[in-house]
Design a protein around this ligand. Sequence first.
Ligand SMILES: CC(=O)SCCNC(=O)CCNC(=O)[C@H](O)C(C)(C)COP(=O)(O)OP(=O)(O)OC[C@H]1O[C@@H](n2cnc3c(N)ncnc32)[C@H](O)[C@@H]1OP(=O)(O)O
Ligand SMILES: CC(C)C(=O)C(=O)O
Length: 523
Amino acid sequence: MKFSDDTDRSSLLLPVHNSTDQTIPSDRTVRLLDTTLRDGEQAPGVSLSPDQKVEIARALERAGVAAIEAGSACTGAGERQAISRVTDLELDARVTSFCRGLEGDVDLALECDVDGVHIVVPSSDRHVEEKVGTSREDNLETTAELVEYAKAHDLWVEVIGEDGSRADLDYLEQLAETSLDAGAERFCFADTVGHTGPERTHEAVSRLAAYGPVSAHTHDDLGLGVTNALAAVAAGADLVHCTVNGLGERAGNVALEEVAIALSHVYDVDTLELEELYDLAQIVSRATGVQLPPNKAVIGENAFTHESGIHTDGTLKDDKMYEPYAPETVGRERRLALGKHTGRAGVAATLEEHGVDAEPDEIAEIATRVTELGDRGRRVTDADLLAVAEDVTGDDRERVVELLDLTATSGGAVPTASIRLEVDGEERVASGTGSGPVDAAVSAVREALGSAADAELESYHVDAVTGGTDAVVTVEVTMMRNDRSVTVARSEADITRASVEAMVDALDRLLATDEKPLAPADD
Ligand SMILES: CC(=O)SCCNC(=O)CCNC(=O)[C@H](O)C(C)(C)COP(=O)(O)OP(=O)(O)OC[C@H]1O[C@@H](n2cnc3c(N)ncnc32)[C@H](O)[C@@H]1OP(=O)(O)O
Ligand SMILES: CC(C)C(=O)C(=O)O
């Protein structure tokens, strides 16, 4: 068990479909094969450099996946170099390559020194006849020959019957039997186009498992990726192919983090070091440029964030009230957000975090005003709340840091910016350079503040509020100092100004509570 809780799992264990033998007992051994570096990379627009593959492979190893499909050696020299970089890491996880049903593909995989190969052969008539242009009989024969070839080269072999969910099940069984008889370690049931449901998956995998070890490769085109993966496991599959953040062809593959948490939470079956999942998700998101959807299970920004008053109040009374499991389980933290649905409990808790005292009637008034701000379609930030609170309580405060002037230039060799700030009543001027004007302006701010600018930039988001090149952009930054974080949003047509104003306001809020916040800039 990676987490202990008081979940009564018997209440979660509904049979996959009306039969009690179709559940997953907690003593089942299930392992996960990650194919982010192969199927995940097949997502349109995604291409990972060798360094990025290495970084992701290391993170997958920390998470404890059993196998990493590092790519398709047949794709080209660059891909082979990337796969070789992963095999060079000598990870505990088995490192494999995709191969078509071609001897040449196996040879290319061998060049990368992989531990194993997935020999992918057609299994539905559409794939056998129309795509590869062979026959069922010849396909069985070449599959057996290829498995023997790969085994003769000491490779671990998994045969994947591509489009298995649309194949004639009798033929799929023959393909599995032929593969395993020829020496393959396992056969994989592939729902290549994500078109099937749990019943068909269960039936197919049960039949295939009678011949030997079975894996499952499910896609999410119908939103059934996890359901089908679990149905496959219930039917006897002991290796599940997944990708981080569910990246992959079309609607993607089944998400690694979703399979891992579902097996753990519902069935008490351990597969991974769950607390590594969020870090892994962020590494993959940064490398691929595919943002994490806010409402995604486990890894989405909102997965452990509570805005509505009833939920916030309930969560503050008992943190399990509106969460299936603790966020720390998957390496995350709980957050309270402010908005249209905020109630008094959420306001009081957030004010307390910022060290602001308010009477119950003032908290009620602040909550009403926060709802009104939210009514205007806006996300309400910490800075908004603190401004409302100051207005309601009449507690005026002196600004610690204020932006007086900003100039930024880009387009030349080195983007530069100069800044004029008022800091504790004294004017400070500084300049900076950076990768772009925003970066240059931010280094100028840090230069002007000296050691007081030790706050970390936790997140930085830009949204275009209107379309066109004259769009107003909203920049939202979250900055953290001494375990306290503040979120500020600013909307401007000028992205550099919006970024600097948001950052300066956040620093101002963070520094305001310090006894003696600011040393001279040259300290
Ligand atoms: C469901 C999946 O995810 S399958 C994996 C998808 N992955 C990829 O496509 C990897 C990236 N692809 C590539 O780098 C290239 O497509 C290559 C190197 C594999 C092939 O490139 P090309 O030689 O230019 O072929 P092209 O991409 O046009 O067509 C694919 C060929 O593979 C053949 N093929 C497809 N699947 C199989 C298979 N399981 N076994 C044997 N041959 C196959 C096709 O029949 C076609 O051959 P043909 O040209 O003789 O008709
Ligand atoms: C190569 C196979 C496993 C695949 O990606 C699929 O069937 O979706």
